[in-house]
Ligand binder design. Structure first.
Ligand code: PLP
Length: 458
């Protein structure tokens, strides 16, 4: 257990041991595998980690949304050890073990939708999305998939194609997979149609009529896939009315609605799944892909959908050697048990409230803070050089990320324009730790704001 409960910097950063180890990485690991903070971790606990030089950091990145339950939750560690003592692996395709179907049963109950569901397990977010697409194509016997600007679905060939941002995700990695169509996402702060939310009359949803005439006939569309809240895209929440319109369009044309909940699930938004908010609108997706925080850091992902859709594939058509690995599945069962027992979704709402209050105060104080938004603890700040023109402040965003970690707080940027700070702190964070982190963040925003003012004055 760490003795420290707060961030503490005791060396220059990166510290001497991290610096030494970075040489090994530079020598042996391709540069394409990116890294935000050049620190080597020694151990983690809750929302904190200690690096190899004895510095302690608060982690508002949570392993990119994987650590909702925190670092090394003792009960998850115990579940992993117990399973590891028995066996690591058989491959579900060869010898059966009970955790696979147990986890599937749990997800079939929890994922929104009052219909019979089935679940398959794979290893990563991208793999879950790929399988969702394969299953949708198989079921509908159609090929075309509609995705959105700002979307991130992974880095495999198909999911990279579905992903929107060219640099760094797609650049020179083509040719891309066929059958992927893209529409404009309803990003109301920067409406791609140049309209205002109050008066737009849901123009974005009306785009489908023209799209189906000019781009692709709806009879060829297998699925529309979207993130309930865009993650890498900058935590963009589509309007409720848009979600309702999507469901109607899907129903009218026999198109499946797929929710990519890889980043928004497992209590991040104040519900176990962000699509629970859809359910409150009377909308349910036909297929849901999840990953990240499901197993507290072990690689496992899920595809859950209407039973008849999930059963469309012939035997052997879906799956893989490691899919639903028993150690990872045991961890997932324990994580979900803890989340339900310890009211982690409610904790997420609590964290979100504290953050949004502070963000709104920052918005009043600093011109740089253009938009603050979020749902539950999936919260973000969009930075602009000028609130009128909304000119993006990408460099300032990077400077804030740097300033934060040098003061003990790890944060991530996001957004197609790289000007969003997004927060994915472990939901087991204490209020005290949260407030310390928000103080470090505010100091960084203040410093970068005054640096920018000084620069503009020269
Ligand atoms: C919404 C979404 N879908 C898919 C992925 C891909 O997941 P993975 O990196 O586990 O393949 C991510 C990863 O950030 C994501 O945020």
């Amino acid at each position: 257990m760490l003795e420290l409960r707060e961030p503490k910097i005791v060396t220059e950063l990166p510290g001497p041991k991290s610096k030494e180890m970075l040489k090994q990485r530079a020598e042996n690991v391709p540069q394409g595998v990116s890294n935000i903070v050049p620190l080597y971790i020694k151990r983690g606990e809750g929302a904190l980690f200690e690096d190899v030089d004895g510095n302690v950091f608060l982690d508002f990145a949570g392993g990119i949304g994987v650590l909702n339950i925190g670092y090394s939750h003792p009960e998850v560690v115990a579940a992993v050890k117990e399973q590891s003592d028995k066996f690591f692996h058989t491959s579900i395709n060869v010898v059966l073990y009970e955790q696979y179907a147990k986890l599937a049963e749990k997800l079939n109950k929890l994922i929104p939708g009052d219909f019979k569901k089935k679940t398959m397990l794979v290893n990563s977010g991208a793999e879950a999305v790929e399988n969702a697409i394969k299953i949708a194509r198989k079921y509908t016997k159609r090929t075309e998939i509609i995705t959105f600007t700002g979307a991130f679905h992974g880095r495999t060939l198909l999911t990279m194609t579905m992903t929107s941002k060219v640099k760094p995700y797609k650049w020179d990695f083509g040719p891309y997979a066929p059958g992927i169509r893209r529409m404009l996402f309803p990003y109301c702060y920067r409406c791609p149609h140049g309209l205002e939310k109050a008066t737009c009359n849901l123009h974005c949803a009306k785009q489908f009529e023209a799209f189906f005439l000019e781009e692709v006939t709806p009879e060829d569309v297998a699925a529309i896939i979207l993130e309930p809240i865009q993650g890498e895209g900058g935590f963009i929440i589509p309007p409720d009315e848009y979600i309702k319109a999507l469901r109607k369009i899907c129903d009218k044309h026999g198109i499946l609605l797929i929710a990519d909940e890889v980043q928004s699930s497992y209590c991040r938004t104040g519900r176990m799944f962000a699509t629970e908010y859809w359910k409150e609108l009377g909308v349910c997706p036909d297929i849901v892909a999840t990953a990240k925080s499901i197993a507290g850091g072990l690689p496992i992902s899920t595809v859950t959908g209407r039973a008849e859709v999930m059963d469309a594939s012939h035997v052997g058509g879906i799956g893989g050697t490691y899919g639903g690995n028993p150690v990872a599945a045991s961890a997932a069962l324990k994580v979900i048990e803890i989340m339900e027992r310890d009211y982690i979704a409610e904790k997420s709402l609590h964290i979100g409230k504290i953050c949004m209050k502070r963000f709104e105060e920052m918005q009043e104080k600093y011109e740089l803070v253009g938009d603050v938004r979020g749902r539950g603890a999936m919260v973000a700040i969009e930075l602009v050089k000028d609130r009128g023109t909304k000119e993006t402040a990408k460099e300032e965003t990077n400077n804030i990320v740097q300033e934060c970690w040098k003061n003990g707080l790890v944060v991530l940027s996001a957004g197609a324009r790289g000007n969003v700070l997004r927060f994915l702190m472990p939901l087991v964070i204490t209020d005290h730790q949260l407030n310390i982190g928000l103080d470090i963040l505010e100091n960084a925003i203040a410093k970068v704001s005054s640096d920018a003012l000084a620069y503009n004055a020269t």
